[in-house]
Design a protein around this ligand. Structure first.
Ligand SMILES: NC(=O)c1ccc[n+]([C@@H]2O[C@H](COP(=O)([O-])OP(=O)(O)OC[C@H]3O[C@@H](n4cnc5c(N)ncnc54)[C@H](OP(=O)(O)O)[C@@H]3O)[C@@H](O)[C@H]2O)c1
Length: 287
């Protein structure tokens, strides 16, 4: 089994992998795996075709080769449904255990976090889940949940423009607690590079790489975070992995750190269902 310390810096995102033919998606997923990306995050809200593609992948590789993270989706109404959701993943993917299970979207989940995690902890005791994680938590929810249930992974929005979880102290809290912070939408679906920010363009030009490579390198090598990227094209997979080999000067990393995105900073995040602002999981798609 893959230990948390052995997780690859870049993991495999699965959102919208059904936008290409299954054979093509599988080729991309296998290519990422063969090049050392060893964890994959997925969930039923990505749709039946995504589930089927992941199932094909899981059934065609040695189980030990991949660290599989799955979501509990917001539709769950009871502890029994939490259990049923996990057991459905196990059946679907032909496995006895998932490596990590996390609530996907607490903002839209009516069931209390306590009920969700009580059941997940039981499943962990039974060996059906190895580690508990969380995604899209409000900053105030992290500490109590982490303390009570020993969270080991946090999947959150973090990229060059969206620094909210850092500004709210969540990335630091995760580091202090030994929770792996995994950035989702690290490239903001290629929209960050399309903005062509002068700083990113200049740094990329100086190191002879792309803006996306600068972003991934900064997140992983300087910020010490992990990322999940959805990349199915072989060129993108190779480019993303090559980003790990770059070495930027400390001053450049500091300048990247200091960047602020006025568009993103101008959007209020509604962490606790106040009705004012945008839930964190929708933030990256607003600009
Ligand atoms: N927990 C949550 O609430 C949550 C929310 C959103 C996402 N996620 C997870 O995080 C994963 C990553 O986020 P995401 O898919 O939304 O966005 P992303 O990884 O930032 O961007 C994916 C898009 O960027 C393209 N891309 C990848 N590498 C590239 C490169 N080097 N140059 C140019 N384009 C590149 C991909 O194209 P190709 O496919 O053509 O290569 C794809 O269209 C998701 O797939 C999902 O698993 C989780």
């Amino acid at each position: 089994m893959i230990a948390l310390e052995q997780l690859s810096p870049i993991g495999i995102g699965t959102h919208q992998i059904d936008r290409v033919e299954r054979a093509c998606a599988l080729r991309g997923l296998r290519c990422a795996l063969e090049h050392g990306e060893n964890f994959l995050s997925t969930g039923t809200s990505y749709g039946p075709d995504v589930m089927e593609t992941v199932s094909c992948l899981m059934r065609s590789i040695e189980r030990e080769r991949i660290f599989l993270c799955v979501y509990i989706e917001p539709s769950v109404q009871s502890g029994e449904e939490v259990r049923a959701a996990v057991e459905a993943y196990l059946r679907r993917f032909g496995t006895d255990y998932v490596d990590c299970c996390q609530i996907h979207n607490p903002y839209e989940t009516a069931l209390s976090l306590d009920t969700v995690y009580e059941e997940l902890a039981r499943l962990r005791e039974e060996g059906k889940i190895r580690f508990l994680g969380a995604s899209n938590l409000a900053p105030s929810a992290l500490e109590p949940l982490a303390q009570q249930w020993d969270l080991r992974l946090f999947e959150g929005l973090y990229n060059f423009e969206c620094r909210n979880y850092e500004l709210e102290g969540v990335t630091a809290a995760c580091r202090n607690r030994g929770i792996r912070f995994v950035c989702y939408q690290p490239l903001r679906r290629n929209r960050t590079a399309q903005k062509n920010y002068p700083l990113l363009a200049e740094v990329a030009q100086r190191y002879g790489c792309t803006q996306n490579q600068v972003i991934l390198n900064w997140l992983i090598r300087w910020k010490g975070l992990q990322v999940i990227v959805k990349a199915l094209s072989l060129d993108n997979i190779a480019a993303n992995l090559a980003a790990l080999d770059l070495q930027l000067e400390a001053e450049d990393y500091r300048r990247l750190d200091a960047f602020r995105c006025p568009e993103c900073d101008g959007i209020a995040v509604d962490w606790n269902r106040s009705g004012v602002g945008i839930p964190i999981h929708l933030l990256a798609n607003q600009f």
